[in-house]
Design a protein around this ligand. Structure first.
Ligand SMILES: [Ca+2]
Length: 101
């Protein structure tokens, strides 16, 4: 079977999986982000967001909100809600910035 070059969308999905696995694999269960892994992810991958947060409890609250089954860890679907939420916020910001027609 010939392997076509991945599309932009496929590469985005692969990147999300790879990033999740890289951080989730640091300690404990390699299929979930612990609180420490979540903080490492946020402070490295989304540093532009976290460096503007004066209140350290913001990340605590984010983790609690994202942890839908309240097991203290983020699985991949829970992680995707974070990415999806940020993507929606970026999209809304773009729409707001767009000049009126
Ligand atoms: Ca969870």
């Amino acid at each position: 079977m010939s392997k076509a070059a991945p599309t932009e969308t496929e590469r985005c999905i692969e990147s999300l999986l790879a990033v999740f696995q890289r951080y989730a694999g640091r300690e404990g269960d390699s299929c979930t982000l612990s609180k420490r892994e979540f903080l490492a992810f946020m402070n490295t991958e989304l540093a532009s967001f976290t460096k503007n947060q004066k209140d350290p409890a913001v990340l605590d609250r984010m983790m609690k909100k994202l942890d839908l089954n309240s097991d203290g860890k983020l699985d991949f679907p829970e992680f995707l809600n974070l990415i999806g939420g940020i993507a929606v916020a970026c999209h809304e910001a773009l729409v707001v910035q767009a000049p009126p027609r």
